[in-house]
Write a protein that binds this ligand. Structure first.
Ligand SMILES: C[S@@+](CC[C@H](N)C(=O)[O-])C[C@H]1O[C@@H](n2cnc3c(N)ncnc32)[C@H](O)[C@@H]1O
Length: 313
């Protein structure tokens, strides 16, 4: 349900044909879209207990509740688009209906919580228009990296999951002159969207983009005797492989190096016992695994979509 709500927010904010953001006045006839998405929700295959939400009435009640919440979200997002700051963009607003932080607190943290370089903001707003923009990290998360990386004098980083390179660029900026981030993704087309912005920011020479399966790229780095040499790593790709990436990155980072793991709360779904899909299960598994791992110290930060920071002992 949360995933459908999430994609509903995105679809309703953007023109289906052009991926351009819809103007508030273009969003008025949303009832027809809501009706078709109600049907989609009713047919959702999200596993549930036998006696829970199984009747058509219960499903429609659930869909109706989701729709009212969605209408509220759209109205609020429309209101904030009158502002010129970060709150008006999809990337900044996408967790405003989060289950674990109130909308008011979320907006407050956006308003005062960080400063963002102009090139980085331009890439974020460009990515907002892309059909898969929901994959981009929250701006407060990259701001966290920009605080931590210089403080630990990080110069070598690895990113697993680049997409348009919003987080890649933030990491490259935080590494400073002489820094390098090895950026791993399987879809070059996504990464090419970010390249002009990396150049504009003057950090393209700090980004070593490697297209291919991340697992294979990481294995090559281990085979190349690069273990214990990286300062920072960010895991934000296919969730089913999170544990594999974690183990490989734990080899590659140095003592007191940090691994950041994204999406560990998955829009709150990790605590919903009725949600048992492979992705949610993998996210629960990595959190339990890190919790029991005596090779590291860690903290799960309940902000953005949930970020766990792990320090190697
Ligand atoms: C959530 S997005 C990354 C978002 C990015 N870190 C940001 O915040 O803008 C996940 C990315 O992982 C990539 N990906 C998925 N499976 C992968 C794999 N096995 N190896 C490498 N990249 C993979 C996808 O192509 C996608 O670009």
């Amino acid at each position: 349900m949360q995933q459908i709500k999430r994609s509903m927010k995105r679809i309703l904010q953007y023109d289906d044909e052009t991926s351009e953001p819809l103007q508030p006045q273009s969003r008025v006839p949303i009832e027809s879209k809501l009706a078709s998405y109600s049907a989609k929700i009713s047919n959702s295959a999200t596993p549930k207990k036998e006696n829970s939400m199984s009747s058509p009435d219960a499903l429609m009640a659930s869909a109706s509740a989701a729709c009212s919440s969605l209408v509220n979200s759209i109205q609020r997002i429309g209101e904030t688009e009158k502002d010129s700051g970060v709150q008006g963009s999809f990337s900044a607003a996408k967790y405003r209906e989060s289950q674990y932080i109130s909308r008011e607190v979320h907006d407050y943290s956006l308003k005062l919580g960080f400063n963002e370089s102009q090139p980085l903001k331009k890439l974020r707003l460009r990515t907002d228009k892309h059909k898969d923009a929901v994959m981009m990290a929250h701006p407060t998360e990259v701001a966290l990296f920009s605080v931590i990386l210089p403080a630990m004098n990080a110069k070598k980083a690895i990113e697993v999951g680049v997409y348009t390179g919003y987080t890649t660029m933030a990491i490259a900026q935080a590494l400073g002159v002489g820094g390098t981030v090895v950026a791993l993704d399987i879809i070059n087309e996504y990464c090419e969207i970010g390249r002009p912005y990396w150049k504009e920011a003057g950090v393209d020479d700090r980004i070593d983009l490697r297209i291919g399966l991340a697992q294979e790229s990481l294995q090559k780095m281990i085979d190349n005797n690069e273990s214990d040499t990286y300062d920072f790593a960010f895991i934000d790709a296919d969730k089913a492989n999170y544990k594999t990436y974690y183990e490989m990155l734990l080899k590659l980072i140095r003592k007191n190096g940090i691994i950041a793991i994204d999406n560990v709360l998955w829009d709150g779904e990790v605590v919903n016992e009725y949600i048992t899909d492979e992705t949610t299960a993998a996210l629960r598994e990595i959190s339990a695994y890190v919790y029991l791992d005596n090779r590291v110290e860690h903290v799960l930060l309940p902000f953005a979509d949930g970020v766990t920071l792990v320090r190697k002992n």
